[in-house]
Design a protein around this ligand. Structure first.
Ligand code: UDP
Length: 469
């Protein structure tokens, strides 16, 4: 029996967290498994449910939670959408609402006939997926969608608490964290929340859930985060599979279709000079105040660089979209600036007109920028973005910092010009070198390809019976 035949009828079940920064890499990973001969079933929360028609290779099952269909005030998840609930409270609510329905769905899926190799669950779901997998009698591998450096910081939370780093004190922001160089206190991956204890619980549960898994899949590559992966691996004692960047396993991935807006963006970019455009996006979750939005708008305009700016509905607190801009602002900018609600970011970053990416430094955006050799302007908002920024700026030296607290229009104008003109070439050269390292890791016999082979062997080696409780 050849390898492909052996895998026929072998199913991987995936349980993504329902946010683009988590769902996208999980779907990319699904494509990678599918290309290796596995069938993939995605168990997805009814919250932020995806459109299955966009991913015809996979089977989708929606998991419903208990309060669904109730009036909004009875359903905390639909209430959270309406009120912009704090992210930690939202994650806690997701975990509470879906733990039991997920357990039932997984059990039903496993008893469905086809041999199930394993569950791949997002690390944020934590230990409850271990319990569910054990009950269902399947192995469990965790996908961490963030980088290894930030995970080192998350894994150190109990130590950092003991040493008095938390709660963070303003007087210590610029101090080095001696346990985690080169991080400074202000880079520690926290988030503003009404309930800091909830943050610690979610982080510790994520780390415990990964430690107690049968393996961790990382969307990173060894040449980028070798020492951080080594540190973690010493501490975790479970197999690690750094097989990223996922989105560059291109032959393994289903191609995405462009829509009308994507074509409009490409045609605007086509009219710009090479490396002249600043692409601006703060990801799928971050929100900014109206006064920050206006400073960014004026700063970009005054920099006199063409810009493409993703202003997601919901990005500017209290606003639908662009209505806070002074009247005539968009018209005056004319062809120098384009505002969109969403972009096909992979296509944008790959376009030759893009010269820099002003980003919140979410891990996917960071990797996507590195993989196109595009230097970054870094304005982190919360959690791992703060750690990613320190690495982008000080370790890999492919970006400049533009701290959110210092973000006025003059500072923005100066930093944008510096990224595009003074420091642009040197940063781009270093970024191109990293892009080449990523390409090498993905080639035959590169570390990511070898790790992927090991991962396939690993999941095929799971004997369902071994996991039965
Ligand atoms: N993204 C996109 N178009 C946009 C904004 C974001 O395709 O207009 C994608 C981006 O390519 C990335 C993901 O959404 O894959 C955002 O993930 P990231 O980790 O960068 O940030 P998060 O949204 O989780 O804060």
């Amino acid at each position: 029996m050849n390898e492909m035949e052996e895998r026929r009828g072998r199913k991987i079940i995936m349980f993504p967290l329902p946010f683009p920064g988590h769902f996208n890499p999980m779907i990319e990973l699904a494509g990678i498994f599918h290309h290796r001969g596995f069938s993939v079933t995605i168990l997805h929360t009814s919250y932020n449910s995806p459109d299955p028609s966009r991913h015809p290779h996979f089977t989708f099952r929606t998991i419903h939670h208990n309060n669904e269909g109730e009036e909004e005030d009875q359903d905390p998840l639909s209430r959270s959408k309406a009120s912009g609930m704090d992210l930690m409270a939202l994650i806690r609510q997701l975990k509470q609402s879906y733990t039991e329905p997920f357990r039932q769905s997984l059990a039903a899926e496993v008893s469905g006939g086809e041999t199930v190799c394993c569950l791949v669950s997002d690390a944020i779901w934590g230990r409850s997926t271990k319990v569910a997998a054990e009950e269902a009698g399947v192995g469990r591998v965790v996908l961490r969608t963030g980088g290894a450096a930030s995970f080192c910081a998350f894994a150190a939370f109990p130590l950092l608490r003991d040493k008095g780093y938390f709660p963070i004190q303003d007087s210590r922001l610029d101090d080095l964290v001696i346990e985690l160089p080169p991080l400074k206190v202000k880079d520690l991956p926290v988030i503003e929340t009404n309930d800091p204890e909830e943050l610690y619980r979610i982080i510790n549960d994520m780390v415990d859930g990964a430690k107690s898994s049968s393996g961790v899949i990382w969307n990173t590559f060894e040449d980028l985060e070798r020492f951080q992966l080594m540190d973690l691996s010493d501490n975790f004692q479970v197999p690690f599979f750094p097989i990223g960047p996922f989105h560059k396993h291109s032959e393994d991935l289903p191609s995405t279709k462009n829509n009308k807006e994507d074509y409009a963006i490409t045609s605007w970019l086509d009219k710009q000079d090479p490396k002249s455009v600043v692409y601006v996006s703060f990801g799928s979750l971050a929100a900014i105040e109206e006064k920050e939005f206006l400073q960014i708008a004026w700063g970009l305009r005054n920099s006199e660089q063409p810009f493409l700016w993703v202003v997601r509905p919901g990005l500017v607190r209290g606003n639908e979209w662009l209505e806070a801009l002074p009247s005539g602002f968009v018209e005056n900018i004319g062809h120098m600036g384009k505002f969109v609600k969403w972009a096909n970011q992979l296509n944008v970053l790959a376009h030759p007109a893009v010269g820099a990416f002003w980003t919140h430094c979410g891990w996917n955006s960071t990797l996507e920028s590195i993989c196109e050799g595009v230097p970054m302007i870094c304005t982190p908002c919360f959690t791992d973005q703060l750690v990613n920024t320190r690495y982008i700026v000080d370790v890999w030296q492919v970006g400049i910092m533009l701290e959110r607290s210092k973000m006025d229009k003059n500072e923005i104008e100066q930093v944008v010009r510096s990224a595009m003109i003074d420091k642009g070439d040197a940063m781009r050269e270093r970024c191109m070198a990293l892009k080449e390292r990523a390409d090498i890791c993905l080639r035959k016999d590169g570390s990511s390809s070898n790790n992927l082979d090991k991962l396939v062997t690993h999941v095929l080696s799971f004997d369902s019976n071994a996991f039965a409780s």
